[in-house]
Every structure is written in C-alpha cells, then in structure tokens.
Design a protein around this ligand. Structure first.
Ligand code: SAM
Length: 216
C-alpha cells in the first residue's frame, strides 16, 4: 500500500507545534474526549498533554497512512483522526492494532471523524509478519511497554516510515527504550560533528510521556 503524502514534510516549527497544542487543550473536542473516556470507565493513561502533542504532531505530519499499536477503546486514535479531519487529508487511513478480546475497539471515537479508522484485531507481532503497509507516514506505539517489545516495534516501523515520517511513542517514561532508540539513529564523525549520511533522524523530542522522532 503506498503512502499518500504528496510532499515531503516541512521542517518542524516548535512554536507552531506548541500553539496547536494549546488550541486543542482548550477546545470543546478535548472536553468531549475526556467526558467520553470517563463515561466508558477506560483507564487509558493518555492525558491532555500527551493527547494534545499527538494531535499537533499529526496535524504537522498530515499522514495519509498511519499505524497505531494498542488501539484499545480509541483515545489516541481519536486525536490522530481529529487531526487528519482538521487537515482534510484525502483518502487517509489509520490502521489500529489491538490484541485484547471482549472490547469494542475504537468505541470512544466520535462518529464524524471515524471514516479513516481501520481496526485490526490480533497481536502486533503477528501483523509484522504479514499485512501491514510497506510505506507509512505516521506510527504510534501504545501496546506493550516492555523494553524489548518497544524496541522491536520502533525498529520495524521506523524502517517502513517514509523520509519525513513520524515515529511517536506513548509512555516513554517507563523505560529507556525510546532514548536508546534515538541514540541508535544518531552518528557523529571523527571530530564529533553530526554525520548526516549516517544519522537517520531529522529531529526528535519528548514532552509529557510522549516521544517522537522525525525520520530524515
Ligand atoms: C495503554 S493501552 C492503550 C491505550 C490506547 N492507545 C488509548 O489511547 O486509549 C495498551 C493496549 O495495548 C494492547 N496490547 C498489549 N500488547 C499488545 C500486542 N502485543 N499487540 C497488540 N496489542 C497489544 C493491550 O491489550 C492494551 O489494550
């Protein structure tokens, strides 16, 4: 499946990112989602700051093909889908992988933005062996936060990201997987300056419990 993004992403504007975060934090959509989460009894740890950053990054990245793991009831999915909706990304899809039985995956997602949502039921490890897009624009990790599992997802999906694509991880505070991964995507030359030919990230950051890397 091809990536739909027509243009390489522009460089990240941190000021604009923070303004977009603030706008969505103050929005009726944020209140609606917090209300939906409470009413469902969901224990999703995706709080306001993490959700706002996820939304702002997705607006910046304008993904045509997005993949998330640990979709659960759809708190994170909703903020990805809202950003895709607000950017009017044509023909976008969000593949959402969830292994838990007996839940209605994505049930928190408001109907008006649910069009691009594609739930996949099963373990991400099994989907890695078959049936995922070869080229993606945005990846969100939010499944098992075991160190080895996180690194395995990062390695697998980073390879499938197009240049300028976004790798995002929730709960980067839980262990060193995200920082170790970022370390692996950086190389310097003999005099200690960044070697752009061997450095595979353009920019990365962390705020709240969300980390992100833009592939160069
Ligand atoms: C922290 S919750 C996800 C919260 C969700 N993203 C949200 O915003 O509400 C983690 C989810 O990952 C799922 N999960 C854990 N290991 C998984 C795996 N190997 N493959 C797919 N899903 C997995 C769990 O069933 C659980 O629902």
């Amino acid at each position: 499946m091809p990536s739909h993004a027509a243009q390489p992403a522009p460089s990240l504007n941190w000021g604009k990112l923070l303004r977009t975060m603030q706008e969505v934090r103050d929005s009726a959509f944020m209140e609606e989602m917090m209300g939906r989460r409470k009413a469902s009894g969901s224990a999703s740890p995706m709080g306001r700051t993490d959700a706002a950053l996820l939304y702002a990054l997705t607006r910046w990245g304008r993904p045509g093909v997005a993949v998330e793991t640990g979709g659960f009831l759809g708190m994170a999915s909703s903020f990805i889908l809202k950003a895709i909706h607000d950017e009017a990304v044509k023909d976008a899809v969000l593949w959402s992988i969830e292994s838990m039985e007996g839940i209605e995956q994505g049930c928190l997602i408001p109907r008006e933005i649910k069009g691009p949502f594609r739930p996949l039921h099963g373990k991400v490890e099994d989907f890695m062996k078959r049936g995922l897009p070869d080229m993606i624009d945005l990846f969100l990790h939010d499944s098992s936060h075991r160190y080895k599992h996180m690194l395995r997802e990062f390695d697998f999906f980073f390879r499938r990201l197009r240049p300028g694509g976004l790798l995002i991880s929730h709960d980067v505070n839980m262990n060193a997987a995200f920082t170790d991964f970022v370390t692996k995507t950086y190389r310097h030359d003999k005099i200690g300056q960044t070697d752009p030919a061997r450095t595979t990230h353009a920019v990365w950051g962390r705020l709240g419990n969300l980390g992100f890397v833009v592939k160069s």
